[in-house]
Design a protein around this ligand. Structure first.
Ligand SMILES: [Zn+2]
Length: 250
């Protein structure tokens, strides 16, 4: 492998790692939501991040099949992704069966769906009581809100502040990986390399928009805004440290 191919290989691997890790972060944020799939999303987050890290290791080993443990690592990740997908598909069929009846709850008389037990942690839409173990046809034991209404409300995609936050965080992380991979962005901004400056300005802008969004944007939990800002601050700080190390070694 000549030097140019080698540097292209490394760049491509870093970009690929960034994409997998961004997907992992997206799953992690999804795991923070109250979706019935949040546990599965957490598992997917770990698998995707580990798969991304294996690409970073690959830049050092030069091939995805050596040494043997890298091959095992990647193989296990792909196997886990497949298993999660199959489990999700199977689980989805059961949920859709229930959902198909609960969305049109005004007209339904599907006793099978209404007798189905809720197997995941599900918060009552009205009071937040955990409805796990109850049946779809009943009422919330805490406040009397019909459970089928909670289930109906969970169908479909509701844009929440969390979705925007995890999307922006994923884009930010991909941006950092990209600038690390292609850090020939040799331009300077008042003595500071552009890729360092952008990497530090972005989290400040994103953090301020999150605070603004919390007050005027789609529904967002304050604790998630806090976690998001912490994640931005930590990532920004680590990136800054990384840049200092790179500049010092140059
Ligand atoms: Zn309730």
């Amino acid at each position: 492998m000549n030097l140019q191919t080698n540097s292209f290989f490394k760049t491509a691997n870093f970009v690929e790692a960034g994409v997998w890790i961004a997907i992992g972060i997206a799953f992690a944020c999804f795991a923070l939501t109250k979706s019935p799939f949040h546990k599965r999303a957490f598992a997917a987050a770990i698998v995707f991040v580990l798969f991304g890290v294996s690409d970073v290791v690959e830049t050092q080993t030069g091939a995805w099949w050596r040494p043997w443990w890298l091959l095992c690592w990647k193989g296990l990740c792909i196997l886990s992704m497949l298993m999660l997908y199959v489990r999700h598909k199977l689980g989805r069929i059961a949920t859709e069966d229930l959902a198909a009846s609960s969305t049109a709850y005004a007209r339904i008389t599907n006793p099978k769906a209404m007798a189905a037990e809720i197997t995941d942690d599900t918060e009552c839409n009205a009071c937040g009581y955990n409805l796990r173990g109850l049946t779809a046809g009943g009422n919330c034991p805490e406040c009397g809100h019909p459970i089928k209404r909670t289930l109906a409300a969970q169908q479909g995609f509701h844009l929440r502040g969390e979705h925007l936050m995890f999307a922006s965080f994923a884009i930010y992380c991909v941006g950092l990986f990209w600038s690390v991979a292609a850090h020939k962005l040799g331009k300077h901004l008042g003595g500071i390399p552009v890729y360092v400056a952008l990497g530090e300005i972005a989290p400040i802008v994103l953090g301020l928009s999150a605070i603004l969004m919390y007050f005027i944007g789609p529904k967002t939990r304050g604790v998630h805004v806090y976690l998001y800002i912490m994640a931005l601050a930590i990532t920004g700080f680590l990136y800054f440290q990384f840049c200092i190390a790179v500049i010092a070694s140059a």
